[in-house]
Design a protein around this ligand. Structure first.
Ligand code: GLN
Length: 538
């Protein structure tokens, strides 16, 4: 491979998982992009699923969807929210994807009789994909999922080791994120786990250039110099990442310590200082709220907020835009199945949101929440399954289709929501939903049109079912407005109820496109209306 001036930063993690490697990567990216560098991002996941689309949200957290319809790791959500990037299928791959390709090549006879092995065939495929992801940028940040020492991550580690040799070590930076835990009994922070983690990296031939130390408290100089000494990394290349109350503070935290400056210097990139004004403005609005706002999120994956990562963030963006403090109340929809509990659990909530979801469990509770929002004039926002259930609720209680239901829940009743053409309950599961960006046309004069300020929009999808057009006339006669449609496919995309102060639902997932410095208009308006409603709740 010819030497290149393209630059590569590889981020690995040590000691423990869930250290916020994704956020750290996104924060470095945020700084480098703000220095004027054309960046790209990549997440390499060592698990064997071909993509996270087939994993339960409670296993792996949210599945993030890109414009081009890839079902990806939730870290891609962080990457997009911290930068101006719109990532693609090339931005995330897994062990499963790599093996699938290599095995397919083998079946096609592409290896010319060779024994197919982890080195070089798997590692070559990993390197090919890194080059592919880096095609359109000058610098790519590639994060490897998991923790150093995991069996699954070894081929990825070996690949990035080889990669640095291929492209020239001067073009590559290895960043290692470690945990520096506080031991109560010793009364001090411990650096030994970090030392071991770096030792493990060295054993497989990787030498970190930069070490980032995660800790729940400030790290003293003594601990930092121990890391410097025993991990053989200059003090000027060891950085702190202390717990902060807002994730959007992490870039400034790094910048104040000179991380972006050092990374640029080590890679030989000469740029100006980053312009941080957009992030500073976000932090200012976040830190100076005029009031608190209670949003009820009625879902069934409420035990793991990671399942609703982009949604949670988009709500925060909406709150930041309105300069209010978000108090998100995650309500398990199973608890709302008993109608007499609904008023008690939703009383005092300023706005109700029903997010996306799969399967029948918990849906009757969500329908009860929607009815409560509709009949009590509480701002309501439905997303994907939230739209489908708003249709079922309205059909049953207003349009008098008493047995209205969705085909996802079985075959009894009137299917006001049904499988899209080509979809069914028992088809192949992976990557087979309606995925990615689709155009939507908004009806002028509707709430949706007013909110977006535009007639033509594009939003990301992930679903198998749709509104059954056979019943929309009946719904419209009963007072529901179809405010957005995909005309080519004849699909309902947005609905609303005119007499209600704010009742809107969409078939797509607007949360994937919200950014702190460019809050999504639907979330911004929903929070604004919830703030108005909260005045009445006082
Ligand atoms: N289960 C529904 C469908 O597949 C909704 C999906 C979702 O909310 N993302 O259509």
């Amino acid at each position: 491979m010819a030497k290149t001036n393209k630059k590569y930063i590889f981020i690995t993690g040590g000691v423990a998982s869930s250290l916020g490697k994704g956020l750290a990567s996104a924060s470095i990216a945020a700084l480098l992009e703000r220095r004027g560098i054309k960046i790209g991002m990549l997440k390499m996941d060592p698990y064997i699923n071909v993509d996270p689309g087939t994993m339960s949200p409670t296993q792996h957290g949210e599945v993030f969807v890109t414009d081009d319809g890839a079902e990806t790791d939730l870290d891609l959500g962080h990457y997009e929210r911290f930068t101006s990037l719109n990532l693609t299928k090339k931005s995330n791959f897994t062990t499963g994807k790599v093996y699938l390709q290599v095995i397919e090549n083998e079946r096609e006879g592409k290896y010319l009789g060779k024994t197919v092995q982890v080195v070089p065939h798997i590692t070559d495929e990993i390197k090919r994909r890194i080059h592919l992801a880096a095609e359109d940028c000058d610098l790519i940040l590639g994060e490897i999922g998991g923790t150093v020492g995991d069996i699954e991550s070894l081929p990825f580690m070996e690949s990035i080791r080889q990669f640095a040799q291929d492209v020239g070590p001067e073009n590559v930076l290895f960043v290692h994120l470690v945990l520096v835990p506080y031991l109560k009994a010793a009364g001090e922070l411990k650096t030994k786990p970090a030392q071991h983690s770096v030792k493990e990296l060295r054993e497989i031939g990787l030498v970190p250039n930069i070490i980032i130390c995660r800790s729940d408290r400030d790290i003293d100089e003594a601990a930092l110099s121990k890391i410097t000494q025993f991990c053989n990394v200059p003090r000027s290349q060891v950085f702190k990442c202390i717990d902060v109350d807002s994730i959007y503070k992490v870039p400034s935290l790094f910048h104040e310590q000179g991380l972006d400056e050092k990374a640029s210097e080590l890679l030989g990139i000469w740029t100006g200082r980053p312009n941080m004004s957009d992030l500073d403005d976000v932090i200012y609005r976040w830190a100076n709220p005029t009031q608190k706002i209670k949003i009820g999120i009625v879902g069934k994956y409420t035990d793991l907020i990671e399942s609703y990562k982009s949604l949670d963030e988009a709500l925060r963006h909406g709150a930041i835009a309105n300069q209010v403090e978000l108090d998100p109340v995650y309500i398990d929809s199973d608890d709302l199945e008993n109608k007499s509990k609904v008023a008690e659990l939703l009383g005092g909530i300023d706005g109700i949101l029903v997010p996306g979801g799969f399967g029948v469990r918990g849906t009757e509770g969500k329908i009860n929440a929607i009815e409560y929002a509709r009949t009590n004039s509480i701002p309501f926002f439905g997303i994907c399954l939230g739209l489908q259930l708003a249709i079922v609720e309205f059909a049953r209680n207003v349009a008098k289709i008493k047995d209205a239901t969705s085909e996802e829940f079985g075959n009894s009743g009137t299917p006001v929501i049904h499988y899209m053409e080509g979809q069914s309950a028992d088809g192949r599961k992976g990557g087979s939903m309606r995925l990615g960006a689709y155009d939507c046309r908004l009806e002028s004069g509707t709430l949706a049109h007013k909110i977006y300020g535009s007639e033509n929009i594009s939003e990301r999808h992930r679903h198998r079912l749709e509104v059954n057009n056979e019943y929309i006339e009946k719904m419209a006669d009963a007072g529901m407005t179809i405010s957005g449609q995909n005309r080519e496919l004849g699909l309902v995309e947005v609905i609303e109820i005119e007499e209600h102060p704010f009742f809107i639902a969409c078939q797509y997932h607007p949360e994937f496109k919200s950014r702190p410095f460019a809050p999504h208009p639907l979330f911004k308006s929903f929070i604004e209306k919830s703030v108005e409603n909260s005045k009445g709740n006082e």
